[in-house]
Write a protein that binds this ligand. Structure first.
Ligand code: GBH
Length: 496
């Protein structure tokens, strides 16, 4: 009895010490606002070559170049989510999320990338996952391609090959036909042309100034084609929505100098507008400053035409407006200053962009160097999107914080509180049309070139245990609380 009383009292103390009501954002998330968590196929599924799955570019790369991954790891097993549908969905149910964002492994569904052979086990696996989600009242939000292109298609040039548009449409049709009756949200791409085609991160094309532009060009066309496929053949019966996910950062001028302000505008247009403009802007096509800069440098580099491919007026019209919502990944903010024009010696995305990027040393950091905690940046970005793209419905498709994986993850709790508070202000004070929020990530997982050294999960996984046991972190409990109350519940700022 005494023990019970004492622990109740202690619990009371613990809870009250965390609440600083004067700081807490007391606004509510709108009634129809949706909360979810996200993952991606290669990062969690494992079973990389089981039951007929084909090889993806990430399977190939991690096996061939283990030294390129920070801890020499790969995602052959990862979270083993392939074998843990029931367990994972039970955790999602416990969190109380409205939806679960995951991606389809293209090479699990179509081992060669092509539709002449559909892997029955791929159909089975995603059917079981989707059925289990639906049975538990969780809406599936499905990304068609989150970086893990079938290796076969990369051998054809990947997203620099225009024929991939047709091949992607075929793949999307298989997904819509088999799963679309239960999927209310589709995301065509999680964008990634800049790293994959401009650097040596897989697929490692590493032809900066050329390959990223081809990749985005083909991706935009592929996105639009799949949008129309859905719109014309599936929307009426399946009643879902479809959009693209853009990798968004906020770019803040480092000083008030005119050059730095212009450099920050250039950064936004090059790094966010480049992917967005064609689909989400009323004029379509590429942003003017992007066209101008690339044309200017191309000319001086003695290219006969700009390295940026051109859309025909018909293509601009075709791609424009192909969305029901904007998917936005937002993690952090960069400071931008102007930089001298580089010599016209070689094509380069960096040189086209002509900026210096830094971060403020006073910004709280995370376990990932690039990821600083700047909630105001997220609010600024949301406002910029609203002002420049006609206030489209925005689904924040990723937002999260890296640490070392401890269960008492105060840093992550703080990050979510601050960013969600910024989102609330953007919704209520700035009237930005944010309709849903997704925490990255559902589970600690394979973080690409960082392997298992960065942990973003709401759930801890013991990667040394073959059973991959999952344990909810403190942040999972907090997120559950926020979801059920539809508002922030605890302010942690002063604790840190
Ligand atoms: C997300 O991209 C991905 O969509 C997701 O799959 C991933 O798990 C998550 O990031 C966390 O990493 O050292 O400066 O070169 C977010 C955008 C782009 C952020 C590449 C990290 C490399 C950092 N990412 N960037 S840097």
């Amino acid at each position: 009895m005494t023990v019970v009383l004492l622990s109740t009292f202690l619990l009371f103390l613990l809870t009250t010490s965390r609440i600083h009501s004067e700081d807490l954002n007391t606004k509510y998330f709108p009634e129809n606002f949706l909360f979810g968590v996200a993952s991606s196929a290669y990062q969690i599924e494992g079973a990389w070559n089981e039951s007929g799955k084909g090889e993806s570019i990430w399977d190939h790369f991690t096996h061939k170049h283990p030294e390129r991954v920070r801890d020499r790891s790969n995602a052959d097993i990862a979270c083993d989510s392939y074998h843990k549908i029931k367990e994972d969905v039970a955790l999602l149910k416990e969190l109380g999320v409205d939806f679960y964002r995951f991606s389809i492994s293209w090479s699990r569904l179509l081992p060669t990338g092509h539709v002449n052979y559909i892997n029955p086990d791929g159909i089975r696996y995603y059917n079981e996952l989707i059925d289990e989600l639906v049975a538990n009242g969780i809406k599936p939000m499905v990304t068609l391609n989150h970086w893990d292109l079938p290796l076969n298609l990369q051998k054809l040039g990947g997203w620099t090959n225009y024929f991939l548009v047709d091949i992607f449409v075929d793949f999307a049709r298989v997904a819509f036909e088999n799963f679309g009756d239960r999927v209310p949200y589709w995301i065509t791409f999680n964008s990634g042309c800049d790293v994959g085609y401009g650097t040596d991160q897989p697929p490692g094309i590493n032809q900066s100034g050329i390959a990223e532009y081809l990749c985005v060009h083909v991706t935009l066309k592929a996105h639009a084609r799949v949008y129309y496929l859905y719109d014309k053949e599936f929307r009426k019966t399946q009643k879902g929505q479809i959009g693209m996910t853009i990798d968004g950062k906020w770019y803040e001028p480092k000083t008030d100098a005119k050059e730095d302000i212009e450099a920050a505008t250039r950064a936004r247009e090059f790094l966010v507008g480049w992917m967005m403009h064609a689909i989400y802007h009323k004029d379509g096509g590429y942003p003017q400053v992007v066209k101008d800069r690339i044309a200017y440098r191309s000319k001086h580099e003695t290219f006969p035409i700009s390295r940026l491919p051109q859309f025909t007026p018909e293509e601009i019209d075709y791609i424009k407006g192909t969305y029901d919502f904007l998917g936005l990944n937002i993690y952090t903010t960069n400071l931008v200053s102007d930089r001298e024009e580089d010599p016209f010696d070689e094509p380069s995305y960096e040189k086209d962009l002509r900026i210096e990027v830094t971060q403020d040393p006073s910004w709280p950091t995370s376990n990932a160097d690039w990821l600083k905690v700047v909630p105001q940046g997220a609010r600024n970005l949301l406002n910029w999107l609203k002002d420049n793209y006609g206030n489209p419905p925005i689904i924040i498709t990723e937002n999260g914080y890296a640490d070392k994986g401890q269960l008492d993850d105060t840093g992550r709790m703080n990050y979510y509180q601050l960013y969600l508070s910024a989102v609330l202000d953007a919704i209520h004070d700035d009237k930005v049309n944010v309709i849903a929020y997704t925490a990255w990530s559902f589970l600690d997982n394979f973080e690409w070139l960082d392997g298992y050294t960065q942990k973003f999960g709401l759930h801890h996984i013991d990667f040394d245990d073959p059973d991959r046991p999952r344990t909810p972190k403190q942040s999972a409990k907090m997120y559950k609380d926020i979801i059920s109350h539809r508002r922030l519940t605890v302010d942690l700022k002063e604790e840190l």
